[in-house]
Every structure is written in C-alpha cells, then in structure tokens.
Write a protein that binds this ligand. Structure first.
Ligand code: ST9
Length: 624
C-alpha cells in the first residue's frame, strides 16, 4: 500500500472554489488547458503519485546511492529510476515549460498543485526532473546560442543543477571564490570547489548541465567582491554540439568528488563538484559559457532560487499533509484506553480519536496542512497574474511584489511549521509505533528537516522578508495584503458564523502591524547619521526577523483559512452531498480552530519583540 495520502478534494477546493481558476483556464496563454483538462491532469497525477512515484519512496531511503570515487558517480537505485521514468514518460513536466522549448504553458497554480502531489509522494523525482525548468532560465536570459542550448536541454531531457554554494560560502553566497577566466574562443575556464550541489550526478540522463556562479578574473568592471561580482556559466558534464546536442565524447572538467551521507532524502544526490582541477578525473579544464554574455549572475540565479524556494515550501506542506492523513488513519483504527467520560476499569476501550488530546493534535495538523496548502496556491495565483501580464507583453508589478513578499512565508514559515508538526504531532499520534520504520512518518520527519535548511535557511528567509520584502519594498506588497485582510475582517464573511474569528483576526492584524511598526522604528533608531542613532540597535531587529516571519505567516494563514471557511459556509447553505457536507464542515472547523488556537498568541510575540534588549548580544561568548 502506498505511503502517500493525497488530499485532492482540498486541492480542488482551493483551485476551483476559492481561487476560481476556471476563469483563466482555456484562454489567453492557457488556451491548451481548459478546466476539464486541468482536472484530468491532476487526477491522473494523483493516481501516478500514489501508485508509481510513491512506490520507490521507502526503497530509495533504505538503499541510497553510494559514491564511487573510481567513476565520480553515485548510481541511483533501480526502483527510483523506474518511478522517475514513469514521470518523465507522462510528459506532464512540460506544463512548466515555455512553448519555444516544447512546453505547454499552464498556470502556476495548476503546476504547484501538481507539484504538491509529486513532492509529497517522492520529492527527489521533481528535483531530478528539473532540467527542463532550468533550461527555461537559460532561455529567458540567454543569447541565441544559449536559447539553442536550452532547446537541446529539453529535447534530450538532461539533468541540471544550481551551483552556488562553496565550503566557505553557504548563506553568504557572495563569499564564493570560484573563478572564471576568459578563453580566446569566448568560452571560460572555471576553477573551484562547490558543495551541497543537488542532482550533480545521476545515471538516468546522458548529460548534466551545471549553472555555475563564479567570479570573472582580469576584466575591468566585473568580478568584484560580493554577490554582484558573480557571473553565471553553463558548464556541461559532457561536451556537446551546441546546435544539435550531439555529445562530442569529450569529458568536461566538472567532476563529482563526493556525495554526502544525509539524514533524509538520501536518493537525492548531494554532491561536492570540483571544477578544472588537474588532479581530478582526466585533469581536463572545466569549460563554461557565460549566460546571456552579461555579468548578471546573482540576479539570473535568483530566478532559479525563487522557483526552488517555492518548491521547498510546497514539498514541506505536502509532507505535513500526508503525515497528517497517515496519523488520522492510524488514530481511527488504534484502540487504546477508555473514554474520559467513563472512568470505570472495565469501560469499553475506544479508538484514540475519542481522546481530547488526540483530537487537538489531529485538528492542529489538519488546520496547518490546509492553511499552508491555501498559502502555496494563493501565492501561485499571484504567479498566474504575472504570467498573464507577460503574455500581453506587460508587467504586473503588484503581482510581482506580492509574490516576492509571500515566497519567504511559503518557504520559511511553511518548512518550520511542517517539520515541527510532523515530529511533535503526526509522529506522536502513532505513539511508539511512530518511531518504527514500519510507518512512513519517521522518514517524513527526516526528509522534511532539510526544508528549513536548503535554499536559504529560516534565518535567511526572515531577513529577506523584513529587509528586502518589507523595508526595500517600502511595504507596498505588505500594505496590499493588509488591506485585503482588513476588508475581509470588515465584511460580513461567514454570515455570523465567523464573527468571533474575524475579531480574532482583527486583533492578530493589529498585532502584526504593531510588530512591523516596531521593527521599522528600531531599524531607524540604528541609523547613526540621525540624531541619537545607535548602530547596535540593528541587533534588536536581527533578533526578531524570524519571529516576524512566523507571526505574519500565522496571520496570513488564518485569513486564508477563514476565506475558505466563508466559501464552505456558502456551499453548506445549499444542497450538498454527505461527503461534501463533511468536507465543508471540516473546512469551517479547521479555520475556527486555527484562529482560536494561534491568533491570541501573537500579542505575546509582539510584547516579546518590543521588550527585546541587547543583553544576549553584549554577553561574552564564554558565558554561553
Ligand atoms: C540549494 C540547493 O540549497 C537546494 C536544491 C533544491 C533542489 C533544486 C532542484 C529543483 C529546483 C527547480 C529549479 C528550477 C528553476 C526554474 C525556474 C523557472 C522560472 N529575490 O540583498 P543582497 C539578488 S542552493 C530575488 O545585497 P547579499 C538580487 O539580484 C543554495 N533576488 O544580497 C540582489 O540585487 P538587488 C541556496 C534576490 O547580501 C542581489 O541578489 N542558497 C533576493 O549580497 C544581492 O542582494 C541560498 O538560497 C530575493 N529574495 O547576499 C542563499 N535576494 O538588491 C541564501 C537577493 O540589486 N542566502 N537577490 O536587486 C541569501 O539568500 C542571502 O540573502 C544572499 C545575501 C546571498 C542573497
């Protein structure tokens, strides 16, 4: 039986009943995919995820790839390769790809709904299959030569990687030391060692294209310190004819020199890659080609990173959702103890769903999993707006800003909440059995931990959220979201049934506003060019950026759940099937529970933030 339990009903509820995606399907850029086609794709992907993709989930963990230094590779287990091939043969990966590359444009919301199913069933399949999406970045930023390389990447279904991190440059990408030196023929020689490179070796594709950040040498005006001095290069594993894609048979000097032993997602090869080292492999030079022939590497790479951050958040919530549904199934069958209302020693034993603390736990899992699914799909709906504008040759700046604001919440808040709840609630529901490999949840916990780490740790998401997405944006996107939530609070949403929760949301929004205001004032007080400014005060901001991310995540999630509850209540007012009645009542219950359990805590979070002093920054390191 499959470990993966999807929640198609909730996915469809979000897409078609709350976000009304039928309105944009079947027309404009999405002409090829009408509402019926979208539903068929999701239903087929749901089946494939549960049956074919999930089939190798456990085996890939128990029999992970092992690095072979003789061949600089780590072959993947046969069962995983079979799942991967099934996905690639389905051709659904083309939905993310631009038409010029052989893709079928689809709204982001449909793509991320599909993504949830794949990422929940077996996330490394999505990661190894990302080559064509990487080709999209090469195509978008590239010269005619690069665009042709991108076409080849898609046609040949080659693997691809994002190559930023170095042993001494993780969060601090700008500390990278890899170098690029221009050759007479216009190519570049890359030298350096990169670490934590996902998918850098696989034995499923004939070639891997690395997108590498390196610092150009000896050219005026480029290659300076920090992230802005980095350029992005196309560095293949094997050389090929850029026009036809035919492999020349020559190895490029980009070699995997180690594969990490990890806590989770073990089948996803996490590699050290050495470029242009005469002692490694055949000692070949590592040749690369500058993307777009412009030195704009960090901005180009962030196109990949933004997509990958969305992927990580979606993976996290997909895992929490299947963790919850596994816990629910167990709880419905597990008989243990008597009901609290009957203390007699011979009282009938009941399933644990009768126990208040188990109900609290299950509803906590349900509420967060559904809140964060709503968050992912709501964010994706802004990406739909960006796509629509691009199709008309325009830009939708508001949609871009709001998407940017929401991304760290999807990634940072989504991964933190999911990883913690998987351990403290989903696994816990199974009692001691949760600790056993007989059930999937211990693997979920191990596989989900990475989500708070890669693609920018939670601390990085918190900083990005405050300094870039709020301060640098002059709170434009934040103001828009604030106004949307405020309008909901002031509406009659829920027709009386959500009155208490709208009041709680009003207080939560007020708390969030006070928190942001306090952070901005503290930031201004750190400006030494102003009278009385003290640079040390910036530490007070830094002590609270992750907290702010979590507080605003709670407010946005509460609002999205309550919006969904409003729709559910409208449906319940009409004729509904027994299954739909249970579903809609569950939506209302989850929204009310989330608001009542979480929003009151925000007042305390704001008070803690406002009382922040410099004590722990001033404490001598030896006292820690
Ligand atoms: C990793 C691998 O962890 C994990 C593998 C996952 C699996 C991957 C496979 C699947 C992926 C699928 C991908 C498909 C791709 C297709 C896409 C299709 C569409 N937003 O603030 P500054 C830029 S890899 C946008 O001064 P610092 C911007 O250009 C390792 N852009 O930064 C900016 O210039 P300006 C992951 C942003 O102080 C410039 O950077 N590693 C954003 O120099 C400089 O900004 C990390 O994630 C943003 N949010 O450097 C690194 N932020 O301001 C984590 C910056 O003029 N560290 N830019 O616009 C950070 O993010 C740091 O904050 C830092 C700081 C490095 C940016």
């Amino acid at each position: 039986m499959s470990h993966y339990k999807s929640n198609m009903r909730d996915i469809e509820f979000n897409l078609f009943e709350v976000l009304n995606r039928d309105e944009l399907l079947g027309k404009g850029p999405f002409e090829a995919i009408d509402g019926e086609t979208a539903r068929t794709i999701l239903s087929e992907m749901d089946r494939m995820a549960r049956e074919d993709l999930a089939a190798s989930y456990e085996d890939s963990d128990r029999n992970p790839p092992v690095f072979d230094p003789a061949t600089n590779s780590a072959p993947l287990p046969a069962a995983f390769k079979k799942s991967y091939q099934t996905y690639m043969e389905s051709e659904y990966w083309r939905l993310q790809i631009n038409e010029d590359l052989g893709g079928t444009p689809a709204p982001s919301s449909i793509v991320w709904a599909m993504g949830e199913l794949i990422l929940g069933a077996n996330a490394p399949i999505w990661m190894y299959a990302a080559g064509p999406s990487f080709a999209g970045v090469v195509h978008k930023n590239g010269t005619d030569r690069d665009k042709q390389i991108a076409r080849v990447m898609v046609e040949k279904q080659w693997g691809a990687t994002m190559v930023l991190t170095e042993p001494d440059a993780g969060s601090d990408v700008g500390a990278g030391r890899s170098k690029a030196t221009l050759n007479e023929d216009g190519s570049w020689n890359i030298t350096g060692v990169k670490r934590f490179i996902t998918s850098a070796t696989n034995d499923m594709t004939e070639n891997v294209i690395h997108l590498v950040l390196a610092r150009p040498q000896g050219i005026d005006g480029v290659g300076g310190p920090g992230t802005k001095g980095l350029s992005m290069f196309i560095v293949p594993e094997w050389h090929f004819d850029h026009e036809t894609g035919e492999l020349t048979g020559e190895r490029n000097g980009a070699y995997v020199t180690n594969v990490e032993h990890k806590m989770g997602i073990k089948v996803s090869n996490t590699c050290e890659v050495t470029f242009g080292d005469p002692q490694v492999g055949g000692g070949e030079a590592a040749k690369g080609w500058l993307v777009g022939e412009v030195h704009n590497g960090i901005a180009q790479m962030f196109q990949v990173i933004e997509n990958a951050r969305m992927m990580v958040g979606t993976k996290a919530i997909a895992t929490l959702s299947t963790g919850y549904l596994n816990a629910l199934e167990y709880a419905k069958e597990r008989v243990q103890g008597g009901d609290l209302t009957n203390q007699a020693k011979d009282a009938p034993r009941v399933t644990i769903t009768h126990h208040p603390d188990v109900r609290r736990s299950l509803m906590t899992q349900k509420a967060f999993a559904e809140a964060m699914r709503a968050l992912v799909l709501y964010t994706a709906s802004w990406q739909d707006q960006i796509q629509l504008a691009e199709h008309d040759g325009e830009r939708n700046e508001l949609a871009e800003r709001v998407n940017d604001l929401l991304l760290p919440i999807v990634k940072g808040y989504g991964s933190e909440r999911s990883w913690v709840l998987l351990g403290t609630e989903s696994l816990q529901t199974l009692g001691g059995s949760g600790f056993l490999q007989e059930y999937p949840i211990e693997q979920y916990v191990r596989d989900a931990k990475i989500d708070t780490l890669y693609e920018g740790t939670t601390a990085i998401q918190g900083q990005d959220f405050f300094f870039r997405k709020i301060v640098k944006d002059q709170a434009k996107a934040l103001t828009h979201i604030n106004n949307e939530i405020d309008a909901f609070i002031k509406s009659e949403a829920g027709n009386g049934r959500l009155k208490v929760e709208r009041e709680l949301l009003a207080k939560g929004l007020e708390d969030a506003g006070a928190f942001v205001g306090n952070m901005i004032n503290t930031l201004m007080s750190a400006d030494e060019s102003a009278e009385g400014g003290n640079i040390q005060n910036i530490y007070k901001v830094g002590l609270n950026t992750s907290r702010l991310l979590m507080v605003l995540g709670d407010v946005v999630c509460a609002w999205l759940l309550l919006r969904g509850a409003e729709v559910a209540l409208e449906k319940l007012a009409g004729e509904v099937s027994p299954a739909d009645k249970a579903f809609y009542e569950g939506k209302v219950a989850a929204a009310q529970f989330f608001a009542r359990e979480n929003l009151p805590k925000l007042t305390a979070e704001v008070a803690i933030a406002e009382a922040t002093d410099l004590a722990i920054m001033e404490l001598d390191e030896s006292s820690f």
